[in-house]
Design a protein around this ligand. Structure first.
Ligand code: DGJ
Length: 724
């Protein structure tokens, strides 16, 4: 059994493929986080009660002086104000006004499968035998709250998920001021922390720092997970690299304000908490009401950071991404944005479509600019009806013509926004997010629509639904182009104002659910000025996300390497664009690492480019499964400052391998022997280009001398090896 309860020790042991996690019920009902690490036999584990030093730390008088302090013990879900001074996971303010919170074990249950979380996206099981769940109910008797810690372990991966539900069992309202999804106490601070920082058009750069005493971490307060920090963090052993060392990866299934904080204390131990950002959150819970936290995903690997990433990829492809396009091949698209920006009309798009179809492209996506009177970014968000100056006969005849060409058709929306210059705003000026008495800030000339309100969601959905139900639409790109401030909703009482950000994101999820439920065949691509909302929650609705507004292939190397820390290739929208820095072939080689498409004026292709496009499209089809569902090996990272970047995909059965190398320096004739990763030593592989056959062992141990293969600035090359 992957989860057992050892009665005589009052101990839970949760095993995944790679890890064990042990929780003890200690005297007084304290829940202790005894162990998280490489999978072990439970007999070898000693209880850690007290660390080296707790002389100033309070003790529970009922437990006996010196035995135990909540401040130095590895508390499973640390709470505020009752003797544990570290950053807490839980803080609840009761009717008496104090926020001292202290939860103790009450009961537990273990069962097969995994529950979903009401109103929140989460990972899922395909069948109940894939996972086992433990629910531990703890309670603060004084406050009258029950806190249920929900753990699910997946036997076939090194994956565990956690979430928490909080129920008010008192007869008074309580206020939750902090409810994190995950809390882990490690007995050491000998870790490096890896996070993904960035900005618009340069998202998810890899940053690595050694943990130090005190608090450190990343967060978002921008209303969305954001371009600036991702809800991901890894704690890795010092010196861990792609193939060696321990790596714990944590990812929050949430798209709103988040916080990931590590605190290293006076005992040189580490507490990590991850969840909704408590700085911009509180929640009033009436009697009998339940609050659900988002889900946190934890991955453990003792074979380095690469194995951690591959576990996330496998898990997300199988247990997060869902719907029609979970496995079926997604069409190669041409998107109008970088080709024409707002300057689109029926004729131009049909010309794009015709040129694209000839080359083998499968779908035409009409980006921003088709609705209201939108000719630039100054108007019309919220007016989701066709611009008849651009489409004289309306949308349907145009879309029919696209379909008649044999192409699929995609459309762009930005549902959670409203332009001050729009009929929608003129009719409902109160629908925008604003704090009472203040003029709201503007971003990209637009306001944010208050989708925390159901009436507002209904109004925008009605318009979207009309477009979607009256037209045959195969793909929808859902954009979000500014951060949220002036956080308030007219419908929230004074006590509930801090609920706004979480209610907003629940509103977004509700809208996305309507789209998914009513139009399950539409391929849905998320976007937020590129990758401003690139998080696992969005992957529950859309199998792919536009990775970045930066389509320069060389910049994309860093963006894609960083994104791949936890997100699979299948989730990354990647297009060949007109950015001239890298040769056309390199642009395609880099874009192939993702959900592939084009974003440039296809009418302007030279004959040479046209024949290259045909080859690229053939490559996309040929390597689709290998790249989307294969195992990624980040061989040479662009963050390392070397003269090459390289990555490899190996099919799950190890019968196929694709290596791509990009040169990053002007002249690069240095010795370059590439030792392949992830192959089966016993297999013989044929290099498709040279026809030569090598054993897996030879390729891995001796490698191939590729010195003269890729040595000019931004040149690139692919090698495809197949089992004989
Ligand atoms: C930002 C997106 O990332 C772009 O791809 C494009 O859709 C524009 N918005 C349109 O306004």
């Amino acid at each position: 059994m992957p989860i057992i309860y050892i009665k005589d020790k009052r101990r839970f042991k949760l095993d995944t493929l790679t890890s064990s996690y042990i929780i003890d019920i200690f005297d007084g009902g304290y829940l202790l986080n005894i162990y998280y690490g490489k999978r072990i036999d439970e007999d070898r584990v000693e209880r850690r009660l007290r660390m080296r030093n707790a002389s100033f730390s309070p003790v529970d008088p009922k437990m006996g002086e010196g035995e135990f302090s909540p401040d130095s013990a590895p508390i499973e879900y640390g709470s505020d104000g009752a003797g544990d001074f570290r950053i807490s996971a839980l803080k609840i303010c009761g009717d008496s006004g104090d926020s001292v919170t202290d939860i103790r074990y009450r009961s537990h249950k273990i069962y097969s499968g995994k529950p979903s979380i009401p109103d929140l996206p989460s990972t899922y099981v395909n069948s109940d035998d894939e996972a086992t769940t433990l629910e531990i109910c703890a309670a603060d008797e004084i406050k009258g709250v029950e806190v249920t810690l929900v753990y699910t372990v997946f036997e076939n991966y090194g994956v565990m998920t956690k979430s928490v539900r909080i129920k008010n069992v008192s007869d008074k309202c309580v206020k939750i001021e902090r409810a994190m999804s995950l809390c882990n106490d490690f007995p050491t601070m000998d870790f490096d922390m890896i996070t993904l920082y960035g900005r618009h058009a340069m998202e998810r750069n890899v940053e690595r720092r050694s943990l130090s005493h005190g608090l450190q971490g990343v967060s978002s307060n921008k209303g969305i997970s954001s371009h600036c920090q991702n809800p991901f963090c890894a704690l890795v052993s010092h010196g861990a690299d792609e193939d060696n060392g321990e790596a714990y990866g944590f990812n929050l299934v949430y798209s709103g304000n988040f916080s990931i904080m590590a605190e290293c204390d006076y005992n040189d131990s580490t507490r990590l908490v991850m969840g909704i950002n408590p700085d911009t959150f509180s929640w009033n819970l009436s009697p009998d009401e339940v609050f659900y936290t988002p889900e946190a995903v934890s991955v453990y690997s003792y074979n380095g950071i690469g194995e951690m990433s591959r576990t996330f990829h496998r898990f997300y492809n199988n247990n997060l991404i869902n719907g029609k396009y979970k496995r079926s091949e997604r069409p190669i698209l041409i998107n109008s944005w970088e080709a024409a920006y707002f300057d689109i009309d029926e004729q131009k798009l049909l010309d794009f479509g015709r040129a694209a179809k000839e080359l083998g492209i499968e779908m035409l996506v009409m980006d921003d600019g088709w609705f209201g009177h939108r000719n630039d970014d100054k108007s019309s968000l919220g007016d989701w009806f066709v611009n008849e100056n651009k489409f004289k006969n309306g949308l349907s005849p145009f879309i029919d013509k696209v379909h008649d060409m044999g192409l699929k058709f995609g459309i762009w929306f930005e549902p959670e926004m409203i332009s001050p210059d729009s009929d929608f705003y003129r009719a409902h000026p109160d629908y925008c997010v604003h704090a009472s008495g203040r003029t709201p800030m503007i971003g990209r000339n637009q306001y944010v629509l208050d989708v925390s309100r159901e009436d507002v969601r209904d109004a925008v959905w009605k318009q979207m639904d009309a477009v979607l139900s009256q037209n045959k639409i195969d793909y929808l790109k859902w954009d979000f182009n500014r951060y949220i401030c002036d956080a308030d909703s007219a419908t929230l009482s004074k006590e509930r104002k801090e609920e706004f950000y979480h209610r907003f994101i629940l509103g977004t999820y509700d809208l996305m659910n309507r789209l998914k439920t009513n139009y399950p065949d539409i391929l849905f691509e998320n976007c937020s000025g590129g990758g401003g909302r690139f998080d696992p929650a969005m992957l529950c609705y859309s199998p792919q996300i536009w990775t970045s507004d930066n389509t320069d292939a060389i910049d994309r190397l860093k963006i894609q390497f960083g994104t791949s820390m936890c997100y699979p290739a299948s989730s990354m929208g990647a297009h060949v664009s007109a950015h001239p820095k890298a040769p056309f072939s390199t642009r395609a080689n880099v874009a192939l690492w993702g959900s592939f498409g084009y974003e440039l004026d296809v009418r302007k292709f030279t004959e040479e480019q046209k024949s290259q496009v045909k080859e690229q499209i053939a490559d996309y089809h040929k390597y689709y499964d290998l790249i989307h569902y294969g195992e990624l090996y980040r061989a040479l990272s662009p963050f390392d400052g070397g003269d090459k970047a390289a990555w490899q995909f190996v099919s799950e059965d190890k019968s196929e391998c694709l290596l791509t190398v990009v040169c990053l320096k002007e002249q690069s004739y240095e010795r370059f022997i590439y030792k392949f990763k992830g192959l089966n030593a016993e297999f013989n592989y044929k290099d498709e280009e040279s026809g030569k056959v090598y054993s897996g062992e030879y390729l891995t141990v001796f490698g191939l001398d590729l010195r003269n293969e890729v040595n000019h600035l931004y040149g690139s090359k692919k090698w495809y090896l197949k089992k004989m």
